[in-house]
Design a protein around this ligand. Structure first.
Ligand SMILES: [Cu+2]
Length: 123
């Protein structure tokens, strides 16, 4: 890191560089936290979810990256996860879930609920 203040030692400049250091430290810590958020990818194809069953760790925030490879929109919906999000055709969406307690959390595609079904197993 480049040293920002070579004239040093006045109380004001040292407190400025201290808050700058804290800011940089905070940014580093939050990017480490973001990097640790597990990403789970789900694909919608022919109105089915792949995989239809996923396992995620308990007490952990998880990022779901959902690719809709159908030309039609779908809505990811789960009462148990309290999530609902429309994903237009041939696009993708991000949904954060958790931290969750162990259990089974079903989800479905609201526009094609007979076929588009899945569940998240939290362990
Ligand atoms: Cu809905």
């Amino acid at each position: 890191m480049k040293r920002l203040n070579t004239t040093a030692d006045s109380p004001r400049s040292s407190s400025t560089s201290r808050s700058l250091m804290l800011f940089i430290l905070g940014s580093l810590l939050s990017s480490v936290a973001a990097a640790k958020t597990p990403v789970i990818e789900i694909t919608i194809k022919d109105h089915l979810f792949y995989p239809a069953e996923l396992i995620v760790p308990a007490d952990t925030k998880v990022k779901l990256l959902i690719h809709n490879s159908d030309p039609t929109p779908e809505e990811f919906e789960s009462y148990e996860l309290n999530r609902e999000k429309i994903i237009t055709g041939n696009s993708r969406a991000v949904i954060f879930i958790g931290p969750l307690k162990p259990g089974s959390y079903p989800f479905f595609g609201e526009f094609y609920p007979k076929t588009a079904q899945g569940k998240i197993l939290v362990q």
